[in-house]
Write a protein that binds this ligand. Structure first.
Ligand code: ADP
Ligand code: MG
Length: 320
């Protein structure tokens, strides 16, 4: 199968069609139109086999995850996803693999009305680079840098499940049978918090998606916003699967340091708390207040109730 045939068979016919795409796959470039008064948010993520997913990961999961991690970045900026492009390197042409992969892409792109508008297909070790573009009204993008001391810290969903799922699949952890699907899906089929991200636009003072672990990503907000923080470990939202699988201290370790959850971590000022509660009544995901920012620049203190919680550990570091 030639590059052109692969594109025609697996990527072109299945992609959703949007009116703001003047010219999609097939020419040298795609031509797209950005709505008036909107800014374009652009993000790229690469998933390398054996690094970002275990080598035996199903193609459908790889595709889902590649789309999900990019949409999660858009969500963290309050952007609404519109277009993606895909650069695919693969060692050989495996039609069954491509079939599953394109289906996996299709699931999330159709759900969010996102169109695949182009890409590149090359031979090489399996690696997927995806670029996603989305719209956010001018000057309403959520960033890491505008949090203030006193703002409250929140997270969506539950924390640490993907890390537990990875350890389970690698045979390092035992998870009760009734929870195995849940944690495996949290790892392989993460849910980007797209709707919550857009709802936070005029409510949150900062936002980030948790890809490298809560502590690591909280430190990004602290650094960008020149703040310190107190994190209440007794408030961290843990899934039933997590609580049934591991003891308290280990559950906290997962919640604080495990990556790949793709939940949103954001800050909200005291004045905006009421608006957050109101907005979240229609959201399909829970949000939990887990701490507060303060003016002690760069210092992160963990507390269990009123007591200090001693903890050694960092989030996922790409080059250590
Ligand atoms: P060029 O040589 O100009 O880079 P290609 O032959 O690589 O063009 O690609 C032809 C068309 O198919 C282009 O529109 C390109 O964006 C698209 N394309 C190539 N690979 C992919 C892919 N994996 N997914 C989606 N579109 C792709
Ligand atoms: Mg090319």
């Amino acid at each position: 199968m030639k590059e052109f045939d692969i594109i025609a068979q697996y990527f072109k016919p299945r992609s959703h069609v949007r009116r703001d795409v003047q010219l999609g796959i097939g020419d040298d470039c795609a031509i797209v139109n950005v709505p008036q008064n909107q800014s374009l948010a652009v993000t790229t993520d690469t998933l390398v086999s054996g690094v970002h997913f275990p080598e035996n990961t199903p193609a459908r999961a790889i595709a889902h995850k590649a789309v999900a991690v990019n949409l999660s970045d858009l969500a963290a900026m309050g952007a609404e996803p519109a277009w993606i492009s895909l650069s695919l390197a693969m060692p050989n042409v495996d039609e069954q693999w491509l079939d599953e992969f394109s289906l996996g892409m299709q699931e999330l792109t159709e759900y969010y009305s996102v169109q695949l508008i182009g890409g590149d297909t090359v031979k090489g070790p399996l690696s997927i680079t995806l670029t996603a573009q989305g719209f956010v009204p001018k000057d309403q993008a959520l960033t890491r840098a505008k949090a203030k001391p006193g703002d409250w810290l929140y997270v969506t969903g539950t924390l640490g499940d993907a890390g537990l799922g990875l350890d389970m699949l690698q045979g390092k952890m035992d998870v009760p049978p009734k929870h195995r699907n849940f944690v495996a899906n949290r790892l392989n089929y993460p849910t980007p918090r797209v709707l919550v991200g857009t709802m936070l636009r005029r409510i949150a003072s900062s936002c980030i998606d948790i890809s490298d672990g809560l502590i690591a990503d909280l430190r990004h907000i602290m650094q960008a916003s020149n703040c310190g923080a107190i994190l209440q470990v007794d408030k961290l939202p843990l899934s039933e699967a997590m609580r049934d699988s591991v003891a308290g201290e280990q559950a906290l370790r997962y919640a604080l340091t495990a990556g790949d959850d793709y939940e949103l971590l954001f800050s909200v000022s005291e004045e905006q708390k009421g608006n957050l509660d109101l907005a979240m009544t229609t959201a399909s995901v829970s949000v939990t207040c887990i701490g507060q920012l303060n003016g002690v620049q760069g210092k992160l203190e963990l507390r269990d109730g009123k007591e200090r919680y001693a903890f050694e550990g960092q989030g996922y570091q790409h080059f250590s």
